[in-house]
Design a protein around this ligand. Structure first.
Ligand SMILES: Nc1ncnc2c1ncn2[C@@H]1O[C@H](COP(=O)(O)OP(=O)(O)O)[C@@H](O)[C@H]1O
Ligand SMILES: [Mg+2]
Length: 622
């Protein structure tokens, strides 16, 4: 069976997982050893039972008084009570540790996820990340909360019980040792196969989730392209793979469990038989045989739990491997601490490839003067968005450099990078939380007044105030669902708060419906005010009003200059302009001049029309 995993996120090696787990435990060192002591005390208290019962049997055999038996029974009750108290304390203390460890794990994973290089997330898709965030975290939480402490208790109890049996009557206890080799062999057989089996199970589920997510998100495309049968087949394949993977681990369990069950009964039987023989010959007392038999009976419970949790620990370990693996994605940038001098953004000899050997940018030079407005135009697939992402420091160039104030963008801390240059696209995300929370992501220190003034600057204050709880209204999934235009405005407000000096706009408003777009373009105009702007333009009047126009074709800037210069030059831009102008007036909002791709929602209005859409006429913001 082949499980496709080439595109998924890495999984940590088992050694790394062990190192990580022991570092987690070490961090809790003192508290953990305290818990261990409590469990040991509980274990010792539990050992009194068989011993005292043995004493009663011995005493009755010899002839005793009722008062003596009562006294032993009272002592026994005392130990049982003590055991209950110790167990309760230990459980409480270990739950506290487990919650701490789990919280730390979760936070660390989240930190890793949000600092994942964008290129990696794009490649791995959301399905794998989602599985790791949900079912792997769940599996981990069971391990951390229950499996680890229960395993500790079981081991401590089993060892203490065994020791007690041997101390009570070594000869009677000895025969039980025969079960250990077989138990050991069976368990080792199982443990050798289980981790891979469980990892495969997880991988298969990730793949299945990825498929389902894709199908859901791309439902319309699938219908449009007639891919239904293909998607259904993929779903069937995934289910089949999941079935095979589950069956494999089930087989492991069905072979391993019975072998352990037998191992429980043998020592009890052996102690009774051998003990009986020894007692008959006077090598052991009835009290000893009783005690040891009861010890072995008592051993079943912790060993059974131990093996059960071992299984759970395997699942937990494979989940942890996948969580730790997320941290293994190599960083795509290393902050050097160098500080930019000035705000000049430059690209020098930039080459870039998504796949090795296939450059989509072939040597780009662009020197953006602070305060300048550059419009980037060109056919679809020319590399405009790619260059935009490089200019915003999201990808690092393969060759050449993209610098701000002389420092490569990929040498800056992410936080600092965001204060220099930001990319604005039509994608935006509303996070679960209040409107204020969503805004403060960009600037945690901003107070409500500042938030309000920022909202008002982008013409969004009126609707935010009109929300049921104003700034404190809960939005995002589960809360109020904002319209795409509102969500985009929130994103723009975040941008104002983050306050980068340079913006790269990648067709930021091209997907919105015309009425919303008008308002949004006013907001955008307010945001770009006073900043350096590189606008990837859909429509030619953006270019007309920019300080310079860069025409991109096939991964190269083929023309660069002001509108007038390029018209005078009579090159491809001049041709474009002429052909568009030749079409006559464009007063219908849906017939905007288009440079790249189809107009999805017309916001363009011709220069001869009444209305100027500010995003397409960047300098006209008065
Ligand atoms: N994530 C990606 N992975 C691989 N190839 C990509 C990716 N994004 C874009 N490309 C390719 O890079 C080239 C330039 O694309 P893009 O920068 O989006 O052009 P534009 O924005 O001008 O339409 C195209 O050939 C496109 O197929
Ligand atoms: Mg593009």
């Amino acid at each position: 069976m082949s499980t496709p995993n080439s595109s998924l996120l890495p999984v940590a090696h088992i050694d790394e997982v062990k190192a990580y787990a022991s570092s987690l435990i070490r961090k809790q060192g003192r508290a953990a050893s305290g818990v261990l002591v409590l469990y040991a005390l509980a274990g010792v208290a539990a050992l009194a039972g068989p011993r005292l019962l043995g004493d009663i049997v011995g005493a009755v055999q010899k002839g005793t008084t009722r008062a003596h038996v009562d006294r032993i029974a009272m002592i026994l009750a005392g130990f049982v009570l003590a055991q209950a108290i110790f167990v309760r304390l230990a459980r409480y203390a270990s739950s506290v540790i487990a919650e701490k460890v789990f919280a730390e794990l979760r936070e660390e994973f989240l930190r890793k996820v949000i600092s994942l290089p964008l290129s990696t997330v794009e490649r791995a898709g959301t399905g794998d990340l989602l599985t790791r965030m949900t079912s792997d975290i769940d599996a981990m939480s069971r391990s951390v909360r229950f499996a680890v402490p229960e395993t500790m208790i079981a081991v401590a109890t089993a060892v203490l019980t065994l020791v007690a049996a041997f101390v009570t009557a070594p000869l009677v206890a000895l025969p039980c040792l025969v079960v250990f080799p077989s138990l050991f062999v069976a368990t080792r057989w199982y443990l050798r196969r289980a981790p891979q089996g469980y990892l495969r199970e997880r991988r298969v589920y990730s793949h299945m989730f990825a498929g389902i997510t894709e199908t859901l998100e791309g439902g319309r495309t699938i219908d449009a392209l007639g891919l239904r049968d293909k998607r259904i087949r993929r779903g069937d394949d995934d289910v089949r793979r999941a079935y095979v993977a589950e069956r494999y681990t089930l087989r492991l369990r069905t072979l391993w469990y019975p072998s352990t069950e037998t191992a429980y009964v043998v020592p009890v039987v052996a102690a009774l038989l051998v003990g009986g023989l020894l007692a008959n010959r006077g090598h052991a007392s009835l009290a000893q045989v009783t005690a040891v038999t009861l010890y072995f009976q008592q051993l079943v419970d912790p060993v059974d739990r131990l093996l059960g949790w071992l299984d759970e620990l395997q699942v937990g370990a494979s989940s942890l491997a996948r969580l730790v693996g997320v941290g293994r994605v190599p960083a795509d940038r290393v902050a050097t601490g160098e500080q930019p001098e000035g705000e000049r953004l430059r690209a020098d000899g930039v080459h870039f490839a998504y796949r090795a050997g296939r450059d989509v940018l072939h040597g780009i030079d662009l020197d953006v003067r602070p305060g300048e407005r550059i419009a980037m135009v060109g056919p679809s697939g020319a590399g405009k968005s790619t260059l935009g992402r490089l200019l915003a420091g999201i990808h690092g160039p393969g060759e050449g450099s993209v610098t701000v104030g002389g420092v490569p963008l990929v040498d800056l801390e992410i936080d600092q990078l965001r204060r220099e240059v930001a990319l604005v696209t039509q994608e935006h995300h509303v996070f679960v939380g209040s409107v204020a929370d969503n805004l403060r992501l960009a600037k945690p220190s901003a107070d409500d007044d500042q938030l309000r003034s920022v909202l008002s600057s982008i013409d969004a204050l009126d609707w935010v105030i009109a929300l049921p709880a104003g700034l404190d209204t809960m939005v995002g999934s589960g809360g109020l669902i904002l319209t795409p235009a509102q969500a985009q405005q929130i994103a723009l407000a975040r941008l104002v708060l983050a306050d980068p000096h340079t913006l790269v706009l990648d067709e930021a408003t091209s997907l919105l419906d015309p009425r919303a777009a008008r308002r949004l373009e006013r907001s955008l105009a307010a945001v770009v005010e006073g900043r350096t702007v590189i606008a990837i333009a859909h429509r030619l009047h953006t270019a007309h009003d920019a300080d310079r126009v860069a025409v991109m074709v096939g991964g190269r800037i083929v023309e660069l200059g002001s509108h007038d210069e390029l018209i005078a030059k009579g090159g491809s831009y001049a041709d474009l302009w002429a052909s568009w102008h030749g079409e006559g007036p464009h007063d219908s909002p849906s017939s905007g001049p288009v440079i790249s791709g189809p107009v999805i929602s017309g916001t363009g209005v011709s220069p001869s029309g009444q209305h100027w859409t500010p995003s397409d006429s960047l300098s006209h913001t008065d």
